[in-house]
Design a protein around this ligand. Structure first.
Ligand code: AMO
Length: 436
């Protein structure tokens, strides 16, 4: 077998149209299906763009070519050269009359998954053979949409003069509370995989980089196995200096609407049977106390100072029915860096952005006073010494600032009406899954 492919004039299936009638082209991709109808044999080749129909009229083609096409196992990789002929009944309005076929890689049988989508498979089976699952139309489209969403996010920040940053994922201190960290050995010391770029994006506010964002992995050693938690997720983190939490909430809802607006017209949505609409902004804002009252009215009792359970989130989502913010949280259930409101030091200028099904983001006005921050760290039972590198940035001129973190997978699953968060990650990491 020739190790270096010699594919002349390769075109994607969807690049060829009936207008190319009579032209010599090559297509290259996977053998999706074979159909033998007696006098005529069809081989359907799949590539990134779509499908091409290769038609063999048995009495017209070389017998050897026909035998090879008949034998080539499904999902093998082939390059086929031939002449385009317009054909209304074929996908994209043409068929390819083959002259040569090169089998670039023969697939073993039996296949771990059916790529035509006719036979469904459990999510675990799909994730075990993810490379193959990605050959199915629905899964492929999820990741093309994910890429569009990430591009939209970058465009959004770029248009607003933000600087994209990359902070270290190997760290020495926790940010979001003590337990959910993955320890790693760092030479002779213990280190951790970062749960959030929180401390670093805040430190940059002391550098004069007034508007920063980062799109990067966050690591959470949460034990629970749910449909909305990953042990490695992707977070969009934002921090802005000289603004209040109101301004970053506005930025967040504008981002959500912008991202939707860049996806609604994408034809691939049809593969997910979705009819997407851009959510209307501004989103409704309710305080934590109002949320508790609404829940109590619906028969769900939450003690003031308690976090909202998944069932409480669902009840609120049903009542409100669209994106909304929950503001004015008890400081006791928010991290040390959230700023208390002027009137009551037990309530914080913190917010969560909710989709009716789940939490998408959380953020706050930050404490920018060195003394208060140090006190808050200690009152959460943490050692200020471990945070010296962070606290230092608050001693030599730190502007007031606010920011948030948004889960990319949560955004995608809510947008695409997907039940399990693992579906929107190429190779998810959860309690049981470390490979592939
Ligand atoms: P928080 O811990 O609420 O806040 O995380 C922010 C957002 O990240 C997503 N997220 C997750 N997604 C999937 N699996 C997980 N295990 C997971 N954990 C978090 C959620 C969540 O809303 N430093 C603050 C943000 C800030 O204040 O700027 C933080 O990390 O969508």
């Amino acid at each position: 077998m020739n190790m270096k492919p010699q594919i002349r004039n390769r075109k994607y299936a969807t690049e060829i149209t009936a207008d190319n009638d009579g032209e010599e082209v090559s297509i290259a991709g996977w053998v999706h299906e074979k159909r033998d109808l007696g006098g005529v044999f069809f081989l359907i080749v799949r590539d990134l763009g779509g499908f091409a129909q290769v038609t063999l009229h048995k009495d017209e083609v070389e017998k050897k070519l026909f035998e090879r096409m008949k034998k080539v196992p499904r999902e093998s990789v082939v390059a086929i050269e031939g002449e385009v002929k317009s054909e209304k009944k074929a996908p994209n309005g043409y068929e390819l009359l083959p002259e040569r076929m090169e089998v670039l890689s023969e697939a073993s049988q039996v296949l771990p998954l059916d790529t035509t989508g006719k036979v469904g498979a459990e999510l675990d089976t799909r994730l075990d053979a993810r490379f193959m699952d990605l050959r199915t139309e629905r899964t492929k489209q999820i990741f093309i949409i994910r890429s569009r969403v990430l591009k939209a996010i970058r465009d959004f920040f770029d248009e607003r003069g933000f600087i994209e940053i990359n902070t270290s994922k190997i760290v020495s201190a926790a940010t979001e509370g003590g337990t959910a960290l993955f320890p790693i050995s760092y030479f002779e010391r213990e280190a951790f995989l970062n749960q959030s770029p929180q401390l670093y994006k805040q430190m940059l506010m002391a550098s004069g980089f007034d508007r920063v964002y980062e799109i990067a992995p966050i690591f959470r050693a949460e034990e629970h196995d749910t449909t909305k938690h990953l042990n490695e997720a992707t977070s969009v983190d934002v921090e802005v200096a000289f603004v209040s939490d109101d301004e970053v909430m506005k930025l967040l809802e504008e981002l959500i609407a912008f991202v939707y607006s860049k996806v609604v017209d994408y034809p691939g949505l049809a593969k997910l049977n979705l009819n997407l609409e851009v959510p209307k902004i501004p989103f409704r804002r309710i305080t934590y106390d109002e949320a508790i009252e609404l829940l109590s009215g619906a028969g769900e009792q939450i003690e003031r100072g308690e976090d909202l359970s998944t069932s409480a989130e669902h009840i609120l989502g049903e009542i409100i029915g669209e994106h909304y913010f929950i503001t004015d949280w008890p400081c006791a259930i928010k991290p040390f860096y959230a700023q208390p409101v002027a009137e009551d030091k037990n309530i914080c200028d913190a917010f969560d952005l909710m989709h009716p099904r789940l939490e998408l983001a959380s953020g706050s006005q930050r404490v920018h006073s060195y003394e208060l921050l140090k006190k808050n760290i200690e009152s959460k039972g943490l050692s200020a010494d471990n945070f010296e590198f962070y606290l230092n940035a608050f001693r030599y001129g730190m502007p007031p600032h606010a920011g948030w973190g948004l889960g990319v997978e949560r955004l995608l699953m809510s947008m695409l009406e997907i039940e399990n968060i693992r579906e929107v990650v190429l190779f998810p990491r959860d309690r049981r899954r470390l490979a592939p």
